[in-house]
Design a protein around this ligand. Sequence first.
Ligand code: ZN
Length: 272
Amino acid sequence: MKAIAKCYPQEGMEPSALIKRIKEAELDGIAISAISGTKANFQTAKMPFSGCNLGILKELMNEENLELGLILPFFHDDFIWQNYPEERADINDPSQTWYRPLCPVFPGLFRERLSLFKEAVAEINPDFVGLDFLRFPLFWEGLDEKMELRSCSCKECPADGKRPEIIASMAKEAKKEFDSLKVAIHLVPFIGRDVIEVTGQDPEILIDAVDILSPMLYHRLLKREERFVLSVLDELPPFRVWPSVEMSSSFRENPGLLKNHEKIIYFHLDLL
Ligand SMILES: [Zn+2]
């Protein structure tokens, strides 16, 4: 079992200092986003550069035998949200704070994201990629026991059971593009039928589209017990799942049942 931590690069981040932290935490690597806020963590003509070059970080990590997974946020983006308001998902959820959902079916948007991330992968050369926010909008971080599912009401967005098919075909296309890499998809932590109809993330279909399912099982954030994590994992095929659990949970000290998974993705390095 490999221990990987999600990592959100700060401006002015020193690669060598980050590597030192990863080693001190006895981790096998990190999963890090290609984009931070309105800036890209690689050089591209399509977006401003953050100053944090993940290609250089990756080379240094290779020397230390550490893994770098690249997280590709499809339909959440501050830069597009600010500059192209017509591409926003029309969602009215007062609990959403940082979430900047985009409309998955806005014409050409998916291809545009894919082409941006192709550039990122070519430049950074990651060990695996994680398809993130590849779903119709749902601010699941804000869901309480009432589980009131608020999604978008865009003109174009289907609400009649077509969402899983659309998301699965996008996931397939992304897998085709990154065929030489292991492709994971980050899943919202609820996999009931009602949630699947909203997000379009159907694990049963997605497992045939990509290599790995990585459900974000942040039970503390969701104010649930640790057994919530195991109850979701019970529903999924273990050999194709990288559970994502909180760094602060007892799983970090004692992985227990999670030991059978190839990787655990901890959320996140700064919470150590
Ligand atoms: Zn929509």
